[in-house]
Design a protein around this ligand. Structure first.
Ligand code: 1HE
Length: 267
């Protein structure tokens, strides 16, 4: 099993703090963090390693003013790929994004600037998305004579619905600001998306890891099941999670009235 410190990273970086929060950064700002094949391999390595390295939550962020410009179009042009080459490349993208979504470690995406094409596919594999005022979302594949290949047909359609996704791809429609939140592309719109993402990661990391594992993998798995199978799987997962030793002290605190109550937001 690889350790975080053994990972060979050229286009990404990872930093782990003392609380088990990992900060994963896309580090190709000069190319607007476009995803070349090598970066995708690094994301596979990172998100395969994090869940078994004791990481409690991760922030996914980017260097430079843009989160991610999607597929490396220059590499794609240069490589002049055959259909089967690109199919295999897409399978590596899926491997990376599935590791993120199903790995059981909360991944909070700190967005800014362009979150477009494959960049939106990457963001949509995170569990929570935080945007700032300059963040904008688009699927320019149609305009480039391409199609999505990194899971947008599943995850972006899940976030915004089929009709909006088709509109984005046919017309190049860009979403930003309150409208992006309203359609479900991000859950938070703040001044500083990195600070907020870190705050959310710390909040999530305070939950027992087994609860977070269930939240960040079981829900996604259950979406792929029939309602009957999902109900069965939910009861099995709840059987394990809801009887975990880590919950006993929390339940005792509720019972003896020392635990905080759930209250409405102030103001
Ligand atoms: C790139 C890429 C890229 C920038 N591949 N090199 N994605 C897109 O269609 C989005 C394409 N990119 C853009 O629209 C713009 O670059 C941005 C809005 C993201 C940023 O604009 P800007 O003015 O800040 O930068 P720029 O001058 O356009 O680009 C700066 C450099 O980044 C330049 O390289 P340089 O060596 O000439 O300096 C660009 O070539 C490079 N760059 N974006 C490669 N995408 C699994 S299928 C997924 C399908 C898709 O993702 S399709 C959507 C692709």
């Amino acid at each position: 099993m690889k350790r975080i410190e053994d990972l060979q990273l050229a286009h990404t970086t990872i930093a782990l703090d003392k609380d088990g929060i990992a900060t994963v950064s896309l580090n190709r700002a000069d190319k607007r963090n476009a995803l070349n094949a090598a970066t995708v391999e690094e994301l596979i390595d990172i998100f395969t390693t994090l869940p078994r390295a004791g990481v409690r939550a991760a922030v996914l962020r980017a260097e430079g003013p843009h989160f991610c410009a999607g597929l490396d179009l220059v590499e794609h042009h240069r490589e002049d790929r055959r259909p089967e080459d690109f199919m295999h490349l897409c399978l590596r993208w899926h491997e990376a994004f599935n590791k993120m979504e199903y790995g059981g470690v909360p991944v909070i995406a700190a967005l800014k600037g362009a979150v477009v094409g494959g960049g939106l596919e990457l963001a949509s594999a995170a569990h929570v998305r935080v945007a700032d005022a300059g963040t904008y979302f688009a699927l320019p594949e149609g305009q480039r004579g391409l199609f999505t290949g990194g899971g947008a047909t599943i995850r972006v359609a899940d976030l915004v619905g089929k009709a909006r996704m088709i509109d984005m791809m046919l017309t190049g429609r860009v979403y930003q600001g309150d409208e992006a939140i309203a359609v479900g592309l991000a859950q938070y719109l703040v001044e500083d998306s990195e600070a907020k993402a870190l705050e959310l990661a710390r909040t999530a990391a305070a939950n027992p890891p087994l609860s977070n594992f269930a939240i960040c993998s079981a829900i996604s798995h259950m979406q792929n099941m029939s309602a009957l199978d999902a109900a069965y799987a939910e009861s099995v997962v709840a059987g394990i999670v809801n009887t975990q030793p880590a919950s006993r002290g929390r339940l005792a605190a509720f019972a003896d009235k020392s635990a905080p109550r759930v209250r409405p937001n102030e103001g």
